[in-house]
Every structure is written in structure tokens, then in C-alpha cells.
Design a binder for this molecule. Structure first.
Ligand SMILES: [Zn+2]
Length: 353
């Protein structure tokens, strides 16, 4: 790490669970009893993801050597805990919980929750979320326990909650732990310098620190719960169909050998690839001809067969029992699902500022 101040050992990634929630966008009927739960869960996942990304810039300004791991989920005593961002230094470790909340955020001593009030289309909406300070302090205890059970060195661990959205108004009880631990993104660089000055004793060498951070990154366990069970939605209750690659509207119609979007007019012969990816995320890595037709709305068995063959996936069994093995890669094949959201988000921000 000669001349290099920072090394990212594990970059941002989307949990399979977050991707599943993205796939369900536009597919959960608004009248479904779990619709609100779905929207809130999606909002929290996105808030975590975008929040984490927003840390990149202030991190680049840090003038002391450190290693970074993003979005790490570890297991201790059969329980999992997840950390948004960790900074590893020879003197201390820092866990950062990032939140991309907007609106007015109240943090009151003794309530162990945060209250968000925000304007949604001219209406004030109130949401209640778990206390992020409590969350990150809990992560600290878990991490200490985990490091101990792994036989890894346990350094002093610092925690911070960073509110990354520039449109957030923070309102914390004066002189409370909240005021000390919850900061806006604009204060992160100075807060990091402050923490860094506080710890003077080096517990590890730089090489040992790197080994520790690499080990943590290697032990990441992606979160893959059953999204249907978690939300209380049946697979048969969601809207099916091929999503338009251009405007994301559902469903495209298969007509004259291509899919057509009724909203933006986009035509595409291979939009089914996106549909296969979405199927993979929701239902797993195997698909039959019948399932393909059920999911995409393609009526003809031979058309479905052609498309499945063209997708190039391995086929096991023959004729009616044929199963196609979808071998998409979580780290490489799904960026577009969230990148699209991000572009949209930044467009919206650009309009506001
Ligand atoms: Zn479209």
C-alpha cells in the first residue's frame, strides 16, 4: 500500500433480497394487504444502498491509511448481522450505518425509534423506523463477538450513523447520544479526522489490518430470504410479464416476433432475457417451457422454446420435461436493476436543486 491511503476490499453490492424487491416493483398489486409493507421494505433497502454509495466521496478525502469493506453480512451463533460500511485501521475499526432518508427526522432520547415526516405529493406523511444508533451499537457487539469467535484481533470499535441525503433535516435531543452519533454527510470527513485523532495506539501493523479486513470480506454471507414469505405475498398474486427495458412498464406484448411496450412504443426481440433474470431472482435457477410462458405471457410453446434455446442456458431432460438451468451471476448480471433507479433518483435531485 505504498503511497496508497485507501483500499476497498469489498465493494458495494446489492443483496439478493434487495434485487428481489426491485423485481417486484410494479408487480405487487396496490390493493394487496402487503403492499405497504412491500413499499416500506423496498424504501429501506434502497435507502441503505444509496446511502452506502454516498459515502464514497468523503471517504476519498481521508488522509490516513485504511481499508474499506461495504455491505458485509456475517454470521455468529447462527444469527446474522449486517454492516453497511466498515473502515479498518491499525488503531480502531469503524462501523458506519448509512441512511438515505429524506424529510424531517426526529431522534428523541428514550424512544428507540426515529420519526420521519415528509411531504409526499403535498401531503405530510409520518413513518417510524428502528433507531439507527441502537442498530449500529448492536452491530458493534455482534462484530466484537464474531471477531472473538474467529480468533481475530478485537480493536476498539467506533460507530456512526450518517444521513446521506442532502434534503434531510435532522432534529435530535440536545446533548444526546444521537447528536454525537448521527451526522449529515457533509460532516463525515471532519468527524473521521476527529475519531482518528482520538485513537493513538497502533494495535496492528498495516499488513495485519489488511489481512483482518480481507478475512471479514471473505466471510460475507449474502442475504437470500424467501421474499414471498417475508412479505406475505403468494407467487400467484403478483403481476407477471416482460418488463420494458426502456421505461420499465409491465407487461410488454409479444407481437410479430418481438415484444412491444404499450407505454413507450419500444420494440425488442430479446426483452425476454430481462424476464429470465427476474424469474431467476424470484424463483431460482431452473425454468421449464411452461413456467416461461406463465411468466412472460408468450402463448406459443414453440416460440418459448426458441427463446429459451437462444438464451444459451444448459438444458437438462428433453421435450416436455426439459428444464433450463439459468446461471446468472449475482455480482455481474443485475446492476441494471438498480442503476436505472439511481439514474432516476439523480435526475429527480437535479430537478430539485
Ligand atoms: Zn416502455
Amino acid at each position: 500500500m505504498k503511497g496508497l491511503m485507501r483500499l476497498i476490499l469489498k465493494n458495494h453490492s446489492h443483496s439478493p433480497f434487495h434485487l428481489q424487491l426491485e423485481v417486484l416493483e410494479g408487480r405487487v398489486p396496490p390493493q394487496h394487504s402487503s403492499f405497504n409493507k412491500y413499499e416500506k421494505t423496498l424504501y429501506q433497502e434502497r435507502s441503505g444502498y444509496f446511502g452506502e454509495r454516498a459515502l464514497d466521496y468523503p471517504f476519498r478525502k481521508i488522509q490516513f491509511p485504511h481499508f474499506v469493506t461495504h455491505h458485509t453480512r456475517l454470521e455468529v451463533n447462527h444469527l446474522n448481522f449486517q454492516m453497511d460500511t466498515n473502515l479498518w485501521t491499525p488503531r480502531y475499526d469503524l462501523i458506519i450505518e448509512a441512511k438515505d432518508y429524506t424529510g424531517h427526522i426526529s431522534l428523541r432520547d428514550g424512544f428507540n425509534q426515529i420519526i420521519q415526516q415528509k411531504d409526499v405529493n403535498g401531503q405530510m406523511v409520518t413513518n417510524v423506523y428502528d433507531d439507527p444508533v441502537l442498530q449500529v451499537e448492536e452491530q458493534k457487539l455482534q462484530l466484537e463477538l464474531w471477531l472473538e469467535t474467529q480468533g481475530m484481533p478485537v480493536l476498539p470499535i467506533e460507530t456512526l450513523v450518517v444521513m446521506t441525503n442532502p434534503r434531510v433535516i435532522l432534529d435530535a435531543t440536545p446533548n444526546s447520544l444521537y447528536q454525537e452519533k448521527v451526522i449529515p454527510l457533509s460532516k463525515l470527513a471532519s468527524k473521521l479526522r476527529e475519531i482518528n485523532q482520538h485513537y493513538t495506539h497502533e494495535h496492528l501493523t498495516l499488513a495485519e489490518t489488511r489481512r483482518l479486513a480481507s478475512y471479514v470480506a471473505s466471510q460475507h454471507k449474502p442475504w437470500k430470504p424467501n421474499v414471498f414469505q417475508r412479505l406475505g405475498i403468494g407467487p400467484g398474486e403478483i403481476r407477471r410479464g416482460v418488463r420494458c427495458p426502456s421505461c420499465r412498464t409491465l407487461p410488454m406484448k409479444w407481437e410479430r416476433l418481438r415484444f412491444e411496450c404499450s407505454a413507450c412504443g419500444m420494440r425488442s426481440a430479446d426483452a425476454y432475457v430481462g424476464a429470465l433474470k427476474e424469474f431467476f431472482l424470484l424463483f431460482g435457477d431452473q425454468i421449464t417451457n411452461r413456467q416461461f410462458r406463465w411468466w412472460t405471457g408468450v402463448g406459443s410453446e414453440s416460440t418459448a422454446k426458441k427463446q429459451l434455446r437462444r438464451s444459451g442456458f444448459n438444458r437438462v431432460g428433453d421435450k416436455r420435461t426439459a428444464i433450463y438451468k439459468l446461471n446468472f451471476n449475482y455480482d455481474e448480471d443485475f446492476d441494471e436493476f438498480v442503476r436505472w433507479k439511481q439514474a432516476d433518483k439523480f435526475r429527480k435531485r437535479a430537478l430539485i436543486f
